[in-house]
Ligand binder design. Sequence first.
Ligand code: ZN
Length: 279
Amino acid sequence: MQIKALKMRWASGGVNYSYLLSKLAPPSMNAPNWIIDPAEPLELKEQLTANELQSITTIVNTHHHYDHAGGNIVFAGLLTERKNPGFIIGSSLSQTIPTSEIRQPSDGQIFHLGEKVTVESIRTPCHTQDSVCYLVNDSELNEYAIFTGDTLFTAGCGRFFEGTGYEMFSSLNHILERTKCIWDKVKVYPGHEYTKSNVKFVRNKVWKNIGDNEAFDKLESLANKNEVLTGMFTLQDELNFNPFMRLNDPFVRKAVGDSENLLSEEEVMTKLRKLKDSF
Ligand SMILES: [Zn+2]
């Protein structure tokens, strides 16, 4: 599979990603090709070749927020003009036309990008109630990727705008259940490049010293050297260095004032997110 990461809103600090997902590079005109979270059409058009732009068949949203779904109307117009068999996967809350063509994926629904690439939707309510992650498998190349929107970030997770700590805990576990045995193969593609700020928070509040968590030390040095880190890490990496996925880690417990190990995992999740919100 081919994943082209596209920057949006970096000048204004939003540091969003949109992604072009296709089986081949350049994308085949005869196969379905997805554009995921195309919020800023002008910025995207600058980064896509004419062929890539014309190859898009499907607009996909991870959730309804404007910085993910705000370009749906423009992109839907492009698909209509070109008479592509385009349809929209997203949420009824996303800015979309025409509404009759919106497909809201149910949990576990499978989509096909040609014969060899499948995409499975994983419902992950919390950041928003309509949040959905997309797990992609290229069976020919034995490659896996997951588009996590604002649910899972590198070394972080999304704000709980419409959900609770329990829901984020459940949603992250839901991702892990669906990817059992392939955690070290599934590359993570989040909706924002928040790695640097997440690393800063984690170094200040959780693993404060070099050597506390070696996987995190490595992530920190990579974050210092690279601007774009999307697709560099797997779910197994997240399990190693993301405190929101290590709720029983003694350093994480200490960070939320629970050295005695008395809190439930969802309570640790809630407190850790509050700590991040006020950082
Ligand atoms: Zn969002």
